[in-house]
Design a protein around this ligand. Structure first.
Ligand code: C5P
Length: 486
């Protein structure tokens, strides 16, 4: 703890100006393990608990021997990385900011600034009420885009129709959201431009209520808020405090930076823009005859979650799926296959130009040497099936001339997880291997949750039991780290 305090002091003194990723690491000897140690130490120092995803084992001996100044630089590096990530969270996002009528509409001006500072492109739509509190000209100047105020504006519709505007948005934020606006949204009305856009858009919607405390507490308003929340609308705030009407209580609009932070927190940093990621998922079925096959218990959910997470991070994703009953994640191109041979063919033809291949499929290791063309009839005595090996697709891709820069495999083990996983990492020449223990109830095959250990040459990271979507997001973050380092 004393070392960390010393480190913080030095960190303040040094305040280095940083140049760029790889060079920083080399110049300041910030190795993966050291970063992890520093992160862990900070988590203990600040929150009295470890960080959930460790980037490697904590190295107390490394902490004890490293010089405080160097450690401070490492800390500063870690902090800068995390700040960069939160700032980058809105990068590339197209935020449609709806402003409704309330005194808090004046805060919309600062909100536009903060959203743009966080990297978002902003277009503003104002209700009739909002225009009585703040001018469209102010918001136009700050957003750098024309402000829309009416559904019936022919010139504006000709430039960008309202349906086009609804499709343009990747997020809709309404701040302030008045009691009337919440009521109209809850009822699904489309009686002005803003409510019409909310109905016509598939973008996630967040609202920042702002009104007098009695209006906020009214059962009608609370019922509308409940309806919206149940529909998946994010309710940001309101805050408590002194109100414009002179009363004190709950109903103030949350501060602009709080809203930007809340919006950023729900967004996935666009770390894989312009990257192509190939994912395999699900089992393979190896036919024995026209009615029977050899299969396995893979549900495909982990691979689908990985494809979804990669697409959310901005990647162009191709998903080669074995026989599963799962919906295609949004923004993902899907190729359906049945057998290991078909999966190999589909993966190899999609391989050129891929930056990463994630082999989450449970590919059959053996298939019947022959597929009977007619249903095999049962006889009296025992029967046997002659099997032959399938090709190891992952190993083939690893030695392929068009090998992607990042290869992540999966290993399902019942015991000695690390030994077997690291063995496969080496034997198949992978960059990383995600190993899970199968046979644990509620985890792994056909379950909603999973727990994994990710191993790579020189490091490991543990993902405690969580939804497959959450674990997939963590693994995709590692893929992004790996590609950044290349
Ligand atoms: O050796 P093992 O089957 O446990 O390795 C699992 C990893 O290898 C998974 O990533 C799986 O997708 C891949 N694999 C493959 N082709 C096979 C068998 C496994 O690509 N025939």
């Amino acid at each position: 703890m004393a070392l960390i305090q010393q480190c913080l002091r030095v960190c303040n003194d040094v305040a280095p100006s940083w140049a760029g990723g790889q060079e920083d690491r080399q110049e300041f000897c910030v190795r993966e393990g050291l970063c992890a140690a520093v992160e862990q130490s900070f988590a203990w120092a600040v929150g009295q608990r470890p960080v959930i995803e460790s980037h490697g084992a904590m190295l107390p001996s490394a902490l004890a021997t490293v010089c405080p100044k160097r450690l401070a630089l490492a800390v500063s590096f870690c902090f800068r990385k995390s700040v960069e990530r939160s700032v980058a969270a809105l990068h590339g996002q197209r935020v449609l900011l709806g402003v409704s009528g309330g005194i808090a509409a004046y805060k919309a001006a600062e909100l536009v600034r903060r959203l743009r500072d966080a990297g978002a492109e902003v277009r503003v739509v104002m209700t009739a009420g909002a225009q009585r509190f703040i001018t469209a000209l102010t918001l136009q100047a700050l957003s750098g885009n024309p402000v829309r105020t009416s559904l019936w504006d022919e010139a504006a519709e000709a430039a960008m129709g309202h349906i086009e505007l609804a499709r343009w948005a990747t997020r809709i934020l309404i701040a302030p959201a008045s009691a009337d606006l919440l009521a109209r949204l809850a009822l699904g009305r489309a009686d002005d431009l803003l409510t019409t856009l909310c109905l016509a858009s598939e973008a996630p919607l967040a609202v920042a209520p702002a009104m007098n405390r009695v209006m906020w507490a009214h059962p009608a308003t609370q019922a509308h808020v409940g309806t919206l929340r149940a529909r998946g609308v994010e309710i940001l705030g309101p805050a408590s405090g002194e109100q414009a009407c002179g009363e004190t209580g709950e109903g103030r609009m949350s501060e602009p930076q709080v809203l930007v932070d809340a919006l950023s927190a729900t967004l996935v940093p666009q770390r894989l823009v312009s990257k192509r990621i190939l994912v395999s998922a699900g089992p393979t079925f190896e036919d024995i005859d026209p009615v029977r096959f050899l299969g396995n218990r893979s549900s495909g959910r982990m691979g689908f979650a990985l494809a979804a997470a990669a697409a959310k991070a901005g990647a162009e994703v191709t998903l080669v799926a074995g026989p599963v009953r799962l919906a295609t994640p949004s923004g993902v191109s899907r190729i359906d296959v049945r057998s290991a041979a078909q999966m190999r063919e589909a993966l190899l033809s999609a391989l050129p130009g891929q930056h990463a291949y994630i082999g989450a499929a449970a590919v059959a290791d053996y298939r019947p040497a022959e597929i009977a063309t007619q249903k095999i009839k049962k006889g009296d005595g025992p029967s046997s099936l002659v099997l032959e090996r399938t090709v190891d697709i992952l190993a083939e891709i690893a030695s392929h001339p068009q090998r992607p820069a990042c290869l992540l495999g999966f290993a399902a083990e019942t015991h000695d997880v690390e030994t077997y996983a690291r063995g496969k990492l080496e034997a198949k020449r992978l960059d990383g291997i995600a190993a899970n223990r199968v046979g644990v109830p509620g985890q792994g095959f056909d379950a909603d949750e999973n727990a994994l250990k990710l191993y790579w040459n020189g490091g490991q990271r543990e993902y405690a039991t969580a939804s497959k979507a959450a674990i997939a997001a963590g693994l995709i973050d590692w893929v992004a780290d790996w590609l950044e380092r290349k």
